[in-house]
Ligand binder design. Structure first.
Ligand SMILES: Nc1ncnc2c1ncn2[C@@H]1O[C@H](COP(=O)(O)OP(=O)(O)OP(=O)(O)O)[C@@H](O)[C@H]1O
Ligand SMILES: [Mg+2]
Length: 230
């Protein structure tokens, strides 16, 4: 179980007169396995989820993951927390599909053969086994998203943070990602506009103008969110 503590977190981009407040005194204590994050465009979702793996450090307040302050132990937090971006092109870094998946194991201390076995397992798990030697940038959008997920999961993070991972996908691939998420044993924090992905979630956070305005099981939280959209 991963424990995420959001302790009076506020955030501004920029400084001085140009400072732009985007999160306002957010507090939450999260221990659930499936946590959704919703809110209108610009409400602060990406800012919030980026704080959970220390991609961003709050201007005020503290974020702790399993007791580690993200401002002080960013490296350790990032080892524990994998991050999946909306656009997989942002995180596919190696030329071929195989190499990209293997990249996460470069400092694992595993032998070449062990790395190859793990990569094969990951490719098979995500239906990419026949694409191993293909240039990663030639995959379809859905396949790229699966590759990005495979490359994150191979490092065995305890916490997986996803920022709108289905936005670029067709309905079939979006549903496939939904099934993959449902089957993950790890803790998942998912920011999304695809509300049906959250039906089986344990807890949903609703942001509005940088404030956490609802924090409840999906049915209640999503009612609140739909109310805000009227
Ligand atoms: N790097 C940045 N520098 C300055 N302002 C930023 C930066 N990133 C985000 N913002 C601003 O912060 C606010 C919140 O942005 P954020 O990306 O967190 O929203 P979001 O809820 O993820 O929106 P969306 O649903 O469109 O992805 C927006 O007003 C945005 O313009
Ligand atoms: Mg966003």
């Amino acid at each position: 179980m991963v424990h995420i503590e959001i302790d009076h977190v506020s955030h501004s981009y920029g400084q001085g007169p140009l400072a732009r407040p985007v999160l306002n005194d957010v507090c939450a204590d999260l221990t659930e396995r499936r946590i959704g994050v919703v809110g209108h465009n610009g409400s602060g979702k990406s800012t919030f989820v980026r704080m959970l793996n220390a991609l961003l450090v709050p201007s005020q307040g503290v974020v702790r993951v399993n007791g580690m302050d993200t401002a002080k132990q960013a490296g350790k937090v990032r080892k524990l927390a994998g991050f999946l971006f909306t656009d997989p092109d942002n995180q596919i870094i190696m030329p071929t599909v195989r190499e990209d998946v293997a990249f996460g194991l470069r400092r694992s201390g595993l032998t070449k053969q062990q790395v190859n076995e793990r990569v094969d397992q990951a490719l098979t798990r995500f239906g990419l086994e026949s694409h191993g030697d293909h240039p990663a940038h030639l995959l379809s959008g859905g396949q790229k998203q699966l590759l990005a997920l495979a490359s994150v999961l191979i490092t065995e993070p305890e916490l997986i943070i996803m920022d709108e991972p289905t936005t670029l996908l067709d309905l079939r691939n979006a549903r496939m990602i939904g099934r993959v998420i449902a089957d993950l044993p790890q803790t998942v924090v998912l920011a999304t506009h695809h509300l049906d992905l959250l039906d089986e979630f344990d807890r949903v956070l609703v942001f509005d103008g940088g404030r956490l305005v609802a924090d409840a099981p999906p049915a209640r939280a999503l009612d609140c969110y739909r109310g805000l959209m009227v």
